[in-house]
Design a protein. Structure first.
Ligand SMILES: Nc1ncnc2c1ncn2[C@@H]1O[C@H](COP(=O)(O)OP(=O)(O)O)[C@@H](O)[C@H]1O
Ligand SMILES: [Mg+2]
Lengths: 241, 405
């Protein structure tokens, strides 16, 4: 459960203060699929970094699973990121020279829990992300954009995190391959094991989620249920990923 | 993070850019190899000097004319050509209790010509029979200079093996004639080889009776030095002091400003050891500079790596790497470079010491100490020069690192 209470984030000092987030308050329950939508520069990424424990708010309180994170040490935050949060970035951020399998297993080496066979977990995650087995031994820089983002999704899933945070995950993909990634989020949501926060500036992408939070100039301007969730447009066999 | 994962991550990172890793490592390889070689040459020289001084004879005191100034070492005797030691000193020294034998020497370099026409320029030493025992020389053929030769001022010569080889080759020199300073001498003996004593070759000498040397060859009654062998090692300091008092009385000089000096083997060894230690340190510090340059190369490469891998570092932090995991990974990368470089350097250093030993006849020895030193130093360099880049990597803000293009 993610609880944000009056989160404010500012950059700069005294005269040159820039307020990026202003009094953001909202609650995201376990298992929800939320889109955070807003134009470029509205503070979406900043909000995601705070939710993902990569950044801390200037004011306000963030309570993750009932515990305020402000009191946590850097090592604690690193462990929570490893165990509870999976990140998916617009630029994929894979290790280019490493194989697909090694990229996916990377979060497991920083884990403290004994997680059974790493290889098995990576294989499960790659199947869930929908990347064909024939690619698993390829180096990640030999893949197409859509395939790279699937590797990134698998890497985010491999620790079986409670929360998936995706920042413009389709931003570098064409619509068809982007749809495949969005569809895999919907499939994950239907299983009900993950809270998914999808950040986007596109209405079309946001409509894949079950709830849409609109943000403008660092404030939440709308927070609504998305009753008729958009189904992914037909996935034709012609789509190459 | 498990140790195995740490090693596997660091090794993979190093193998991604093999040429760069290899070139950086080369700096450490050269540094360590030269330190090992230099130390082994220095230690080899030290051992050689030690054994050659011990080979000069046991429990030996040497009286030399002139004064040796403290601090300037024995090599630079104040008045080297001082002619203050006389034949009368020999009897005076024999009277000191604890003295086993007294062997006066009068030496000079002369041109020596054999009947074969071959010639050589060697040191000719006038000696008494006591020389044989005091300096522990052994005859290969014939006999050594005897008392009778000294009494009758005989023109007989005993050749060192180098001289015998130079003049007569493989022919038997006994009873042949050699001309020393245009005077004919009959060869009565050849000595066994002793081997080079560093800067002085005891085998490249010719021995004649002391009286013959003084009256016929040199035309002067002075002695170049007097060697004393002492009965017992423990008596050396006392005998040295007694000899000092006796000779000062004999020469009519005060005890504080004598016209001679007495040195023991320990003094010579001490002085020469000091020289070789300085020599070794000098060589090692030059090699050490190249090691330092190698270390800076490591740091340079690691700083470049950290900049290039900013996004990777950001990602690792985002997925749960703690600061200490990042530090450990980058530190291990630089330590691996220096340790592998160090190992290769040790191997090359040992090989180079072997080449020096065989090729230049210097008894270069690679000691366990210098290997351990090299290992320790290369690890330390890895940690020292790797720490700053690793710390920079760990300090990166993950958000900025992820944004970095
Ligand atoms: N480190 C920073 N210093 C100053 N301003 C920043 C910094 N990071 C982000 N900003 C500003 O915060 C605003 C919101 O940025 P961001 O959260 O990335 O927006 P979005 O992801 O919605 O495009 C932007 O105007 C950006 O310039
Ligand atoms: Mg953004």
């Amino acid at each position: 459960m993610i609880e944000l209470r009056s989160i404010t984030k500012t950059y700069g000092e005294s005269k040159n203060v820039v307020t990026v987030l202003q009094e953001v308050t909202c609650t995201i329950a376990d298992g929800e699929f939320v889109a955070i939508m807003g134009p470029s520069g509205s503070g979406k990424s900043t909000l995601m970094h705070i939710i993902g424990l990569l950044d801390s708010p200037t004011c306000g309180e963030y309570i993750l699973d009932g515990v305020s994170v402000a009191s946590r040490s850097g090592d604690d935050l690193a462990r929570i990121r490893n165990e509870k949060i999976g990140f998916i970035f617009q630029a994929f951020n894979l290790l280019p020279r490493a194989t697909v399998l090694r990229n996916v297993m990377l979060p497991l080496i920083y884990g403290t829990r004994d997680s059974g066979s790493r290889l098995e977990r990576a294989q499960v995650a790659l199947r869930a992300a929908g990347l064909g087995e024939e690619r698993w031994q390829n180096r990640s820089n030999q893949l197409s954009g859509g395939q790279m983002q699937r590797v990134a999704v698998a890497r985010a899933l491999v620790t079986d995190p409670a929360v998936l945070l995706a920042d413009e995950p389709t931003g570098n993909l064409d619509t068809a391959t982007g749809d495949v990634v969005l569809e895999s989020f919907q499939a994950l949501h239907d299983q009900g094991n993950h809270t998914i926060v999808l950040i986007t500036h596109e209405q079309y992408v946001a409509e894949h989620a079950a709830r849409i939070i609109s943000i403008r100039d660092g404030r939440i301007v709308e927070d609504k249920k998305n009753g008729h969730r958009r189904a992914v447009r037909s996935i034709t066999p012609a789509v190459s990923v | 993070m498990r140790t195995f994962d740490l090693f596997s991550e660091s090794c993979r990172a190093l193998t991604i850019n093999k040429i760069r890793s290899g070139l950086t490592m080369l700096g450490i390889v050269i540094g360590i190899a030269s330190v090992i070689t230099m130390i082994s040459i220095g230690q080899g020289a030290q051992t050689m000097i030690q054994s050659s001084i011990e080979g000069l004879g046991s429990n030996l005191l040497t009286v030399m004319p002139g004064v040796i100034q403290p601090g300037r070492g024995i090599v630079s005797s104040g008045r080297g050509a001082a002619q203050t030691l006389k034949n009368s000193d020999i009897e005076a020294l024999k009277g000191i209790p604890g003295v086993a034998a007294v062997s006066p020497e009068s030496s000079r370099r002369f041109q020596i010509v054999a009947s074969t026409g071959q010639n050589t320029n060697s040191t000719v030493i006038g000696v008494l029979p006591a020389y044989e025992h005091v300096r522990s020389v052994f005859s290969e053929q014939g006999s050594f200079v005897a008392d009778a030769h000294n009494r009758s001022m005989s023109r007989v010569a005993v050749l060192g093996p180098t001289v015998a080889q130079d003049l007569f080759g493989d022919a038997n020199p006994i009873d042949k004639t050699v001309r020393i300073n245009k005077v004919n001498f009959k060869v009565i003996g050849v000595l066994k080889a002793k081997g080079t004593a560093g800067f002085f070759n005891p085998d490249d000498t010719v021995f004649v009776p002391l009286s013959t040397m003084q009256k016929i060859l040199a035309g002067a009654d002075f002695l170049s030095l007097i060697a004393l062998s002492v009965e017992d090692k423990d008596q050396m300091p006392r005998v040295q002091e007694d000899a000092h008092i006796t000779l000062a009385q004999e020469h009519g000089t005060s005890l504080e400003s004598p016209d001679f000096s007495i040195v023991s083997q320990a003094d010579i060894l001490g002085a020469l050891t000091q020289i070789t230690v300085v020599f070794t340190l000098f060589l090692a510090s030059i090699a050490g500079i190249s090691l330092l340059v190698g270390g800076i190369g490591i740091m340079n490469m690691m700083l470049t790596t950290v900049t290039e891998r900013t996004r990777e570092i950001g990602l690792r932090k985002a997925i749960g790497a703690r600061n200490r995991d990042i530090i450990a990974q980058f530190l291990l990368e630089s330590v691996l470079l220096t340790v592998i470089g160090g190992l290769i350097g040790v191997a090359i250093g040992i090989a180079a010491a072997l080449v020096v030993r065989v090729g230049f006849n210097i008894a270069a020895e690679v000691s366990l100490f210098s290997i351990l030193l090299a290992g320790g130093v290369s690890t330390t360099i890895g940690v020292l020069f790797g720490f700053y880049p690793a710390w920079r990597a760990a300090r990166l803000n993950p958000i900025e690192a992820l944004r970095y293009e």
